[in-house]
Design a binder for this molecule. Sequence first.
Ligand code: C5P
Length: 245
Amino acid sequence: MVGVSVTPIIALDVNSLGAALTLVERLGASARFYKVGSELFTAVGPKIVASLRARGLDVFLDLKFHDIPSTVAGAVRAATDLGVALTTVHASGGEAMLRAAVEAAGDRCRVVAVTVLTSLDGATVVDVFGRSGERNEERGKGVKIEAEVARLATYAHRAGIEGFVCSGKEAARLRASLGPSCTLVVPGIRFSDGPAHDQARTVTPTMAAQAGADYIVVGRAVTAATDPIAAMTRLSSELQLALKE
Ligand code: C5P
């Protein structure tokens, strides 16, 4: 299901305030939404969020909280106080933790759940969590990741979560099962002729839009491009075209 708009979020995967702001200055008006992850936030602290907000930019604080409900509620409240628009928790933190996160955010910030990290395969999920969900008959062991993602997303949705991080390969299925009001955040974006780098499950901006993404998280396809502004222009054109179809 194609959505009405897709907003690119540029990943600031650097480890200093200077490097982050250099990238932001370079992209200028072409990018209005940035992702701050664990590396940058741990290195620099809340001042990176303050610097982005002071420039009128929106922030996705991707710290993937996973702790007891009161601690996560406090962390989400602190993130919300920083003025971030999106923040992440692990769906596997349990219903009480998810409800506490949503309540702490209120209507000031959207809590987005990470289901299964894309670095985990079906066998590792079983090693970590024990056996549950669908068997992967092809491999003879482990769980089917796609089924596990859908199961965890449904669980988190019942606990009040309205936003999900998922790969472009799973977005259409989640959109169909969770409905139009959910927010889908899709990383792993690559241009059709661009390098995959270390990513295995990539989609193009067009494919992400067609699968129903609301936000796409774009890192190296823009930040490592020889001409990042040209990459942003190409990204916008692809998205506009996909949404018109
Ligand atoms: O691969 P790329 O440089 O586009 O990654 C952009 C961002 O998306 C990175 O911060 C990475 O951690 C995040 N990402 C993610 N889940 C994935 C793939 C990438 O959160 N499956």
